[in-house]
Design a protein around this ligand. Structure first.
Ligand SMILES: [Fe+2]
Length: 242
């Protein structure tokens, strides 16, 4: 089974709460997956202080997968070895914790997933470069090209899309109607907007906006506290308590 949730901004305490509010987790195996739609945050300090969070997830009996958000320490994240897994590239953090890299198409549970993390930090002016903010948060030219190449190989058709940000037009129209959002220029949102109109997919899941919203007309599920089970009807499996 595959579960998907929004930003965890991981630290040991919030991770503990996450699991407390995820009762299904107790019955899962290594054939099950929990996907976090960015701002994983479990690799933040780049030193021993990350260990408690990673060890906590490592003890779980299922796979923890995440795309990167904007709040990640990209210098530390990019130091992990790159491996091929299920058709795409991952940073292997632990045996059961993988970072799904940008622009990849993975086959998970016989379904195709396109992944593209990243986004813009609206508070970056208040953050310190390479300490609490990293310019790699935004999509690069190389990542965009790799994504387009990989999508072409799959004839621009996947089952699911997992991103941190959402396509720009959806942010500025549908999401802004639900929630007051600051309109910022985001290269990642612009790129996602481009592929949104050319890609065949069943459902798109993203995080980033710290809201839970289902936009049926766009086949878009924006996640924050909700944990959805990827099953017919997309039932909400649980609601995180932080
Ligand atoms: Fe976030």
């Amino acid at each position: 089974m595959i579960y998907i949730t929004g930003d965890t901004h991981g630290n040991h305490d919030t991770s503990k709460l996450f699991l407390k509010s995820f009762p299904d987790g107790k019955s899962l195996s290594m054939d099950d997956y929990v996907i976090i739609t960015g701002d994983f945050g479990g690799i933040w300090y780049g030193d021993k202080r990350d260990d408690a969070t990673l060890e906590f997830y490592e003890e779980k009996k299922y796979m923890v997968l995440f795309v990167d958000g904007n709040h990640e320490n990209f210098d530390a994240l990019n130091k992990y070895p790159i491996s091929e897994w299920n058709g795409g590239k991952v940073h292997k953090i632990r045996d059961n914790i993988f970072h799904l890299m940008r622009g990849q198409v993975f086959e998970i549970d016989s379904k195709k997933f396109f992944t593209f993390g990243g986004g813009v930090s609206i508070d970056k002016a208040m953050r310190m470069p390479y300490v609490s903010w990293w310019p790699q948060e935004e999509a690069s030219y190389e990542e965009i090209n790799e994504a387009l190449d990989n999508l072409e190989k799959h004839k621009n058709k996947v089952d699911y899309v997992i991103t941190h940000a959402a396509p720009e037009s959806i942010v500025r129209n549908e999401l802004c109607q639900i929630h007051t959002l600051m309109k910022v220029d985001c290269a990642t949102e612009k790129f996602l907007n481009e592929i949104y109109h050319n890609l065949e997919f069943k459902m798109w899941f993203c995080g980033h906006y710290h809201m839970d919203a289902w936009i049926k007309s766009c086949k878009m599920q924006v996640l924050y506290h909700q944990i959805v089970k990827l099953a017919p009807g997309y039932p909400i499996a649980s609601r995180r308590i932080f």
